[in-house]
Design a protein around this ligand. Structure first.
Ligand SMILES: Nc1ncnc2c1ncn2[C@@H]1O[C@H](COP(=O)(O)OP(=O)(O)OP(=O)(O)O)[C@@H](O)[C@H]1O
Length: 239
């Protein structure tokens, strides 16, 4: 039986005024799961990822390997259950600055992943640059400001950083290929699926928001449909 990584009990995300965005969310995430999150625009798909990474206020309980984010310490928890936003355009500086800053944080360096790597430049591993290159990202883009990158370049670099940190067991992916051409999207999908299956990888499960029914069917192992009343788990993709 695959190990349970994340347990979510009675999760509710309040709005400042009015009804909650969603409530009564219960599910477990196990090793090997690629959980596809579907739902109408505005149903709260991005918000649920932010709750799972402890970035949005929520009621209810989230446990990762039996402990709450606060028991781990939220910064450390976020390196293990890592949110990859749809857009990184609001970040200051360059991707290289960002990666160097992240890797200098105590919450990151206490992960084992850091000890295994060899950097080619301060705070950035060659394998991370190579991974991005395999998705068509020239190394010079790591030194360009985030605000001057295209949506697709941002997505690939943000994903390469998330994977390259090698700290996360769970990635929370918010439409990670929405700005990519079909060939590059397929290459990203193949890579992530093989990482989940590989015993050498730290990565054990994905929560993946997508509007694409085809993509959901290609990559998903489980499917949930989100609405204000809660979630419904389906046996297959049903956008
Ligand atoms: N900080 C906030 N304060 C108040 N309401 C918010 C906030 N962030 C999001 N919302 C609202 O919560 C709802 C869910 O937003 P969310 O971005 O999670 O939806 P989504 O399902 O990801 O949408 P889409 O498919 O369009 O990306 C929306 O009605 C949105 O306007």
């Amino acid at each position: 039986m695959p190990e349970t990584l994340l347990e979510v009990k009675d999760l509710e995300c309040p709005r400042p005024k009015g009804d909650p965005i969603f409530s009564h969310i219960n599910f477990s995430l196990r090793e090997g799961d690629i959980l596809i999150v579907q739902g109408r625009s505005g149903s709260g798909k991005s918000t649920i990822l932010k709750c799972l990474s402890h970035l949005s206020i929520y009621h209810g309980e989230i446990r990762y390997r039996g402990k709450t984010p606060k028991q781990y310490g939220v910064p450390y928890y976020r390196t293990r259950v890592l949110y990859v936003p749809q857009r990184a355009s609001l970040l200051p500086g360059t991707p290289r600055d960002f990666m160097s800053a992240v890797m200098s944080f105590g919450s990151y360096t206490k992960n084992d992943g850091e000890k295994k790597r060899k950097g080619t430049a301060p705070g950035i591993a060659h394998e991370t640059i190579e991974l991005a290159e395999s998705w068509g990202i020239d190394e010079e883009l790591w030194d360009r400001n985030w605000s001057n990158l295209s949506g697709g370049e941002m997505q690939r670099i943000a994903l390469a950083i998330a994977v390259g940190m090698r700290s996360a067991e769970i990635l929370l992916l918010d439409e990670p290929t929405s700005a990519l051409d079909p060939d590059t999207a397929s290459s990203v999908e193949d890579f992530l699926r093989s990482e989940i299956k590989s015993s050498d990888s730290n990565l054990k499960a994905l929560v993946w928001v997508t509007h694409s029914e085809e993509q959901g069917k290609r990559v998903g192992t489980r499917f949930i449909h989100l609405s204000p009343e809660g979630i419904q788990e389906d046996s297959e993709s049903a956008v």
